[in-house]
Design a protein around this ligand. Structure first.
Ligand code: 13P
Ligand code: SF4
Length: 327
């Protein structure tokens, strides 16, 4: 479908309210759906049709009947949407919105290491976190997210060796949780790696009633001190259900927007990184998407996520296995 849409006026002249109105107008004209991750700026979360964690966003992308999926998140998430619903046009406001975890497992290196390990450990199963490229997905046996990883690991028979990639913190956490020994890829998330247990201890001392809640991409020093560990959606749910009223949140602070919306009477404090004044706990990739870029990508139909159909076919199998196992 070819849609010609006139630009409202010069983008730089538009106020945020006008940009939002233009985005809504384009959404109707394109029959588009806007999906956003919790780490997006709050103004983007506010105008999205759906805000969720990686698993929920994958499901929404797979099920939508819109013609265009506008993905406000990072590249691997938009790629996943394309893989799961390849006839749709998938737009991403900024193609440079990458992920340090995805970068830590380049496809060539992953293929080489996997070949070596398969020779050494016959029957090895490669379980790969969704934060990876389409090519790495295609090389893997099953994909997982932080919300279903435990269930997926438990689905693999005890005597079968597992390579868990690319997040070593999530992998180590899952080993402790399931008691299952796995081979771990040595990747990390620059955001979750930046939190400092020393400064979090200071925050806990300052707020003795507060509970520490953490994403499993954090280091063990933080996880072993946390009152609750979970995916972004699980953290949000926990703050809604818990009788506590103060939380120190050890994940990207974008999610605090939804926490405050859901529990306006509660207090949410962003966990601190080691370096004072550093904004390193904000994901620099997620934050590349702005209202202005969202508007421009819908207006121009670019940047679009395009993937080779053969790669889509190969990457879809391990993703569908994940969805089957997490029903
Ligand atoms: P969730 O699936 O928990 O939303 O995590 C995505 C992510 O990139 C965390 O850094
Ligand atoms: Fe990747 Fe970390 Fe950003 Fe999540 S927060 S998208 S894991 S760099």
């Amino acid at each position: 479908m070819e849609t010609i849409i006139e630009a409202a006026t010069d983008v730089a002249q538009l106020t945020d309210e006008e940009l939002v109105a233009e985005i809504q107008r384009l959404k109707r004209a394109l029959n588009a759906v806007i999906l956003a991750h919790y780490y997006q700026y709050s103004e983007i979360q506010e105008l999205a049709d759906f805000v969720g964690d990686s698993l929920e966003l994958s499901r929404k992308a797979q099920q939508t009947d819109a013609d265009t999926i506008v993905f406000c998140g990072v590249h691997f998430m938009a790629e996943t949407a394309k893989i799961l619903n390849p006839t749709k046009r998938v737009l991403l406001p900024d193609l440079a919105a990458g992920c340090s975890l995805a970068d830590s497992a380049p496809a060539d290196e992953f293929r080489r290491v996997l070949e070596q390990l398969r020779a050494e450990y016959p029957g090895l199963v490669a379980i790969t976190y969704i934060n990876c490229s389409a090519e790495v997905k295609a090389l893997s046996d099953i994909i997982c997210t932080s919300s279903n990883a435990e269930r997926i690991i438990r689905s693999v028979p005890e005597n079968v060796p597992i390579l868990f990639s690319p997040d070593r913190n999530l992998g180590a956490y899952l080993q402790r949780k399931t008691g299952r020994k796995m081979l771990l890829w040595n990747g990390t998330c620059i955001v979750h790696q930046s939190f400092s247990i020393r400064r979090i201890e200071e925050q806990l001392a300052e707020h003795p009633d507060a509970e520490l809640i953490a994403h499993p991409e954090c280091e063990d020093a933080i996880l072993s001190r946390a009152h609750f560990i979970g995916s972004t959606s699980a953290l949000l749910r926990y703050t809604i259900e818990s009788p506590r009223t103060t939380f120190i949140v050890a994940t990207e602070p974008g999610i605090i927007h939804q926490m405050e919306k859901a529990s306006p009477h509660k207090r949410f404090i962003a966990a601190l990184p080691e370096k004072e004044g550093c904004r390193c706990s904000e994901c620099p990739y997620m934050k590349l998407n702005t209202l202005e870029k969202l508007y421009l990508c819908m207006l121009r139909g670019e940047p679009e996520v395009r993937l080779d159909p053969e790669l889509i076919e190969r990457a879809r199998r391990p993703l569908e296995r994940m969805l089957e196992l997490s029903r």
